[in-house]
Design a binder for this molecule. Structure first.
Ligand code: HEM
Length: 365
């Protein structure tokens, strides 16, 4: 039922906010003819509309007084609570070009991701000039937000791809660690304290983007039938965690610190160096951490009648190279690769929270 503050915050909502239960993530292409002023108007209109939506209000008239007029708001969130809705706006590399007079304002580290191992990207699930991440505890509230934000800017931006997440696969402060579709707890060791957010997530000295963050999104397909046919003991080797408790194989409780050096009686490492957490842990990556704020997704069945599902991986960091470093290792060596494939990808910068009366990205113009 709660509303999450949107204006006048130190950082944009939807990143440090405890993960809501559902997400809709959509990207957009700016029209070939869109000008700098069109982009400003879009951002100003989105900002005003998001301010309404997160307060549980429609973005305009649902039922106009003129009988033959169309509604400004599509109406399906009428009577629903705000459900902790957050809408996080991202700007892609295509925004920071001469066409919008923004080439000089491009955040230093914002560029398309390089080709990475372990990916078979579908162009129809890749890229975008703008992103909307709408998260809420009610899926209809999240969908309503994205639908109406898309609808109000059709002359300036067109939809590119969308993914719908139905179960959070990360935890915030005070939340129990949920599970991804492989049945394992996901988000046990994540960026969590304010100090860690300052060190690993928020942008400092980044001009108009100071206080914001970089957003890396990957749509990762799981080979669910094969996973389900694998022995649980093998699944546990892949993550180097137990399935039930989520404890590292060198410990007994979920939050025990993994011991990557520990060996068994025969001198073999208990945690395989190619296990997912061994490759991704900050201890083995010079202290590097990214915030994972992912969701489970399903697209139903594929053409072969197999479950089409996976992880909508959404991560925030103050340097996208941190994702590249991790995925370069994971894509090449991770034991998990037998069961997953990266099929979608995009990168954005999230501007700081707007001031009340102002708009998202205002400092760019
Ligand atoms: C940890 C699942 C993709 C980075 C974990 C854990 C699970 C998991 C179960 C252990 C619990 C935890 O500490 O949260 C998955 C699945 C993936 C996936 C199912 C794909 C479908 C990725 C990708 C990255 C990544 C693409 C980054 C490039 C991490 C990191 C940790 C982690 C940094 C924490 C490691 C630690 O400090 O112990 N993941 N993950 N994961 N994952 Fe993934």
């Amino acid at each position: 039922a709660a509303s999450v503050p949107f204006y006048d915050q130190a950082h944009p909502a939807g990143i440090q906010t405890p993960p809501q239960r559902y997400a809709v993530f959509m990207t957009f292409d700016l029209s070939k003819t869109a000008t700098a002023n069109d982009l400003r108007v879009l951002l100003a209109r989105w900002t005003a509309a998001i301010g309404q939506l997160v307060a549980g209000k429609p973005i305009g008239t649902v039922d106009p007084s003129r009988p033959d007029a169309v509604g400004a708001d599509s109406g399906e969130a009428e009577g629903l609570a705000p459900a902790s809705l957050t809408v996080t706006v991202g700007l892609g590399p295509g925004v920071f070009t001469d066409r919008f007079g923004l080439r000089e304002k491009r955040p230093a580290l914002l560029r398309q991701l390089p080709a990475l191992p372990g990916e078979h990207l579908d162009p129809a699930l890749t890229g975008g000039d703008l992103s909307l991440q709408a998260c809420a505890d009610d899926p209809q509230v999240a969908y309503h937000a994205v639908r109406n934000l898309a609808r109000m800017v059709t002359t300036t931006a067109q939809t590119r791809w969308v993914a719908m997440g139905f179960g959070r696969a990360s935890a915030g402060k005070g939340q129990q660690t949920p599970r991804n579709l492989m049945g394992f707890r996901d988000g046990t060791r994540n960026v969590s304290t304010p100090e860690q957010f300052d060190e690993h997530v928020w942008l400092t000295d980044a001009g108009a983007m100071t206080g914001g963050s970089y957003q890396v999104v990957r749509k990762i397909k799981m080979d669910i039938e094969n996973w389900d046919a694998d022995r649980v003991s093998d699944q546990e080797q892949i993550f180097a965690r137990t399935k039930d408790e989520g404890a590292p194989l060198t410990g007994t409780k979920e939050f025990d610190t993994p011991d990557f050096a520990k060996t068994d009686d025969s001198g073999t490492k208990i945690i395989d160096p190619r296990a997912h957490i061994a490759l991704a842990a900050h201890e083995n990556n010079g202290g590097l951490m990214i915030l994972r704020r992912s969701y489970n997704y399903t697209d139903g069945l594929n053409a072969q009648g197999l479950l089409d599902a996976g992880l909508l991986f959404i991560a925030y960091m103050n340097d996208p190279q941190h994702f590249v470093t991790l995925q370069t290792k994971l894509g090449a060596m991770d034991l998990l690769n037998e069961y997953i494939e990266h099929i979608g990808s995009a990168i954005f910068v999230v501007p700081p929270a707007p001031a009340s009366g102002g708009y998202i990205g205002q400092a760019l113009f």
